[in-house]
Design a protein around this ligand. Sequence first.
Ligand code: KDG
Length: 311
Amino acid sequence: QRDLLTVGEALVSLRSSGPLAAGGPLSMHLAGAESNVAIGLARLGHRAAWAGRVSDDELGEFVLRQLRAEGVDTTDVRRDPQRPTGLMFLERRTADVSRVRYHRAGSAGAALDVDDLRAPLAAGARLLHLSGITPALSASARDAVTWAVRAAAESGIPVSLDVNYRAGLWSRADARATLTPLAGYASVVVASTDELDLVAGAGADERAVATDLLRRGVSTVLVKLGADGARAWTADGVEQVPAVPVTAVDTVGAGDAFTAGYLSGHLDGLDLTDRLRRAVALGAFAVAGHGDWEGLPRRDELSLITGSAAG
Ligand code: KDG
């Protein structure tokens, strides 16, 4: 059985080393919040599957090759002969400032629909992971995600939802209207502090949001605190772990790595503290290396930068 099924849009990311307007070389990478999570889990030896749509051309082939090379199960990926794979330009504008520009409207990934998810949900998994990006892509993608959380609930598959608010895709009001009901189906909700108001009708106060989510059936609310680590709210109270101190070179993908670490700990049956430790350890690997996922550890590397119980 699959340990994890995740669904979303995988993108081709073109990274610059300087201002885009000045041109210069771009390097080609796989990006996508959910595929990053799948890779994080596969690197740690879990059976992770990613489902979604990619174009039926070289870019779709690139996405599939990258995922397969990382050991991610792509059995349920659909090739869309009509639509392109979405692109993302990641511009290193200055040493400290990076900017993202999407070319993803009308992409294959955004055309995801319920029929794309029937087979992977029927195949079953120990966990289903979704992000708040997918429902922002199109009406059919929103319907697909809504269908998937309900199907998972009916089959007893726990859902994790990472809010991942993307201001370039939708307004906060639209995100709140869609994500607040979706979060009620999740057993794990992951958010950064500035995303808390998007998953509960309780404003932005962390305790109030966590209380509301727990009351609605969520078991664990994870709040990412960046360099300050992370907090988890459960029925037993609140627990915080510090971040692993590393030299940060690229924060893109850190949240996905954090989620992958937490879910890996869950799959391994670790207690909450050790799940959080593994989550911040993976976050540290992500920020200490370039790329969304390239720096993520294999299992035998977990202790490399942590010296903690994360392994
Ligand atoms: O979490 C990293 C993502 O931002 C990146 O991989 C692309 O999924 C992506 C998005 O929509 O921003």
